[in-house]
Design a protein around this ligand. Sequence first.
Ligand code: PXG
Length: 455
Amino acid sequence: MHHPDLAQLQKLDAAHHLHPFNDNAALAEKGTRILTRGEGTYVWDAEGNKLLDAFAGLWCVNIGYGRKELGAVAARQMTELAYYNSFFGCTTEPTVRLAQKLAELSPGDLNHAFFTNSGSEANDTILRMVRHFWKVQDQPQKNILIGRFNGYHGSTVAGASLGGMKGMHAQGGLPIPDIHHIEPPFWFIEGGNHSPEEYGLMAARRLEEKILELGPERVAAFIGEPIMGAIGVYIPPITYWPEIERICRKYDVLLIADEVICGFGRTGEWFGQQYFGFQADIMAIAKGLSSGYIPIGAVMFNDRVANVLKDKGGELAHGYTYSGHPVCAAVALENIRILQEEGIVERCRTETAPYLAQRWQELGQHRLVGEARIAGMVGALELVPDKSKRAFFAERGKVGVQCRDHALRNGLILRATYDAMLLSPPLIIDKAQIDEIFDKTWKALELTAAELGIK
Ligand code: PXG
């Protein structure tokens, strides 16, 4: 049903609300889409359209929309104890239980949680703690962090600096000092005649070159997303991460996995590290930690780093009012309970992800698609002008938006980054809904190809 106040809400939104990552003047002109309801894999907008959300909100609604248990837990915790902090030697029960649960779930000895409100804050926390870690071990000069061009680690000052988005650096004078970037692995464009496996090793060795250029005694840490999401789901060759890990160990550079997207089942494993077979010293989590029902993030530290911070770190001069917020912790715990007890990650790995991969590869046959890449429940279709070549459109981003809009008009939410159509559905998606994604995406590709005159 059409929301009776839609026009008024759009007017108020244009007048009073600045939207993140939007051209706000253009948006005000066009009118915001207002979402009103969600159930399972679907959302409804204020015009009454039912949309299959193949992007899980913003890579986050892993258990799907409308799980009443999370609301019930939040209401109970708000009634019992709505807030208390973890400063001054205090904390709350859900906070402690969540820290323990995360230690149990996290790979290896990532046993120690520091709570934040978001992925960006997790990465800001990491930057400060990593530099502190080396400083208290009498290596203050070991303060450089290396990230990757086009990596995304959030929008706060450290998050955006660690990330490698040039457009973000241009706003606000970033990156802050002592952050460097290397090129990310993207075989589709860069791989040439090399096999993906060969190319993965070559791309990883850029880290070694950079460490040697800067001097290992200056390099504190390397940060990367196991799969780069925002830039267009760049899935590295299988050789990439083990080689990165080897290089980090060789030069005693801390390895940071930003699992904000990959964590909590996105790849069909609990964490991207398990999908690719490597072990980080520190990891950032958010999004799927609460399936987006409430804002919460965390940093997980391994025993080595946590013990230095505890034994030599003194008072940690760092923390947020809402670090370990009891309501957020209780909701995250309930989310994890659902993921575990309903076997959602396991079902993805064994049943739905293989089916999704098969259907995604079929979409890869379309004449507009240069590459269909997928890992578990996250994927991309790279749209290209000429299927026989691995190259982008000359003017990037136009065709992606066309295709995205066709999908949307047809009841399917996909995201476009440049000309890649991105997929990251709720993990509870079933096979019939995967077929619906296939049908609607194929139709959107057909309409786009027809518009472009590509036969
Ligand atoms: N790390 C990664 C890998 C992310 O994807 C963040 C950190 C920051 O998390 P918060 O909770 O502070 O947003 C993210 C967030 C996009 C897009 O355009 C992606 C994100 C955020 C906004 C837009 O795909 N990811």
